[in-house]
Design a protein around this ligand. Sequence first.
Ligand code: CP
Length: 309
Amino acid sequence: MNSISVRHLLGIKDLQETDIQLILETADRFKEVLNRPIKKVPSLRDITIANVFFENSTRTRLSFELAERRLSADTLNFSSAQSSVKKGETLLDTVNNILAMKVDMLVMRHASPGAPHFLSKHINAAIVNAGDGTHEHPTQALLDAYSIKEKLGRIEGVKVAIIGDISHSRVALSNIFALKKLGAEVMVCGPKTLIPKYIDSLGIKVSFDVRQALNWCDVANVLRIQLERQQGKNIPSLREYTLYFGINKTLLDELDKEIVIMHPGPINRGIELSSDVADSAHSIILQQVENGVAVRMAVLYLLAEKIGR
Ligand code: CP
């Protein structure tokens, strides 16, 4: 029986290619479970998982909660907005108090890059990073890779353009690591001010021309402008961004091929993506969300196997 090489899922950077393949294969088995009339297995019956969210989320939080329930785990949900964090409690104190209630695993989202890595040095519970600031969002990259494989039958050799605000996107970095480990070709595209200076060190293509990116790729993974993470103005206006980098039906109709459209959500409709593309047959956006549950079941199941209790 194969096992995953890590105790925590902090980022895709730490995973071996074989770990990613194991997660995708395990997710296949759980997707089959999710298509049964009774969508539940007893695999994590003796495991307690805390979902600890210090930042807003719709898809990731609900997807983890559902994955945990489908695996029969006991769960508790923490949201910083209604917590004693507001009274000045530290991150480590908050987490240690949650773990004192005999919690085995922590699914954590935090606005600070490296927050789950910091915790992993101070606590014994297994940690799953559900997004740390502008750093990594590993389960999003895994569900994106799973969705590409499901749609195209392979990942190796597939050309994926990640288009939008690359600098402030944890999805972009995790996708780049995952896709490269799996043998895909990767390009990032966006305004120069939204492409990080270290991009050349990642061994990927860079384009500042959305038509060039769309002509090159098999899959376009479209990202939103993360206004909440930007200190100053990196673009003159959202209208100008849409004019030069927005993906719309006219652009897709100009191509001499069909491409797959992805988006991690939440979509800013009419800014980075027009509704007639987001809701078109090209789009696999809702399949990504569906696959997220099976992929997160796989991650939790494989990490739970590593817990020594
Ligand atoms: N894709 C994603 O992380 O969405 P949420 O912020 O809604 O979890």
